[in-house]
Design a protein around this ligand. Structure first.
Ligand code: 13P
Ligand code: SF4
Length: 340
């Protein structure tokens, strides 16, 4: 590859989001990525929604809580985040002295985008006596306006840790918020945001699928809408769903979340059958277009050239990290610490 190509690709990063360079198709990407990990003391943290090849080359695969716990604890010099932008930002806030790389800076999140900080600041002013609990799926700047973060694994424990008389704003996911209101009995003010992936499951198609597979358990992520959750035998975070499929005696599961998680489900229970819940379009399953922007080629390039890198202003790190630290403390006390 020509040096000039690299210089141009770097200049274009703002527009492309990734290093737009050709990768030799004969290159053994798994071997190259493993070599770069060793040479650079880098760790790859991957979310369950990444494509299966990326999951297989990662050092740690987990849900949003596990990934943030791992990012806080690692002694690697470089954290390579195979996930979306807010996850890499969270890792940077927790480990500001480390280099945090994201294979594609445009791997965003519709939930994070649905809550612009300048609008949320105005909204918050209307409720001066409320504290703010934000789902971790929000921008670093929104975290500076947040008292406690949560993920889908610890959300109930976080809400229950707050005194009953203390009013709460919950942002940005109205579906997770509505689920938490029902589950905890707390009447929270909800921001009107949603995840584009979890919002488009088809009630009608799921009901038909359940009728065709009467022995299958239907399991769903709490980012789904209430009418989908009402059909579920079990509701949980991606880690919760994975554990459920391992421990439950059922042999067949219909899974309402991003389809990437099926890779670990199938690996953990090779004799069980996993059917992705259908969305309300012609597709059979539901992929997150942001998560799936990361590819093995982009992962290799970002490790080789150490770009794109997550850079945050100091004030954002200083003001935003408290709500994540608070979340990690409460999770630890609730027995939701990192195992293994
Ligand atoms: P969890 O990782 O908490 O299950 O959340 C799923 C998700 O949508 C991440 O973007
Ligand atoms: Fe965001 Fe939804 Fe994609 Fe998760 S699945 S990254 S919440 S858009």
């Amino acid at each position: 590859m020509m040096h000039a190509d690299l210089a141009t690709a770097r200049q274009r990063l703002d527009r492309t989001g990734f290093l737009d360079l050709d990768v030799d198709p004969s290159l053994d990407l798994v071997a190259e990525i493993n070599r770069l990990k060793r040479e650079k003391n880098a760790i790859i943290l991957a979310h369950y929604y990444q494509e299966s090849e990326i999951q297989d080359v990662a050092d740690y695969i987990g849900d949003s809580l596990g990934l943030s716990q791992k990012a806080a604890q690692t002694d690697a010099n470089i954290i390579v985040f195979a996930g979306v932008h807010f996850m890499a930002e969270t890792a940077k806030m927790l480990s500001p002295g480390k280099k945090v790389l994201l294979p594609d800076l445009k791997a965003g999140c519709s939930l994070a985008d649905s809550c612009p900080p300048h609008l949320f600041r105005k909204f918050k002013e209307k409720y001066p006596d409320h504290i703010v609990v934000s789902y971790i799926n929000c921008t670093a700047e929104l975290k500076t306006l947040t008292d406690i973060c949560c993920t889908s694994t610890n959300a109930v424990a976080i809400i229950e840790s707050i005194p009953k008389e203390q009013p709460i704003i919950f942002a940005p996911d109205k579906n997770l918020g509505a689920y938490l209101v029902k589950k905890t009995g707390r009447d929270m003010v909800l921001w009107n945001g949603a995840c584009m992936v979890h919002e488009i499951f088809s009630h009608e198609r799921i009901v038909k699928l359940k009728a065709r597979h009467p022995k299958a358990k239907f399991i769903a992520h709490p980012e789904c809408e209430a009418h989908i959750l009402d059909l579920a035998d079990y509701i949980g975070s991606t880690t919760g769903l994975l554990k459920f499929t391992i421990n439950d005696p059922a042999q067949e599961f219909i899974v309402a979340t991003e389809a990437g998680i099926l890779h670990q489900m199938q690996k953990a229970s090779p004799h069980k059958t996993f059917i992705p819940a259908p969305p309300n379009n012609n597709c059979a399953c539901n992929d997150c277009p942001h998560m799936k922007r990361n590819t093995m080629e982009k992962l290799y390039l970002c490790m080789e050239y150490e770009q794109p890198e997550i850079i945050l202003p100091d004030w954002v790190i200083e003001q935003g990290v408290h709500c994540i630290d608070r979340m990690l403390e409460i999770s630890e006390k609730a027995g939701l610490g990192l195992k293994g």
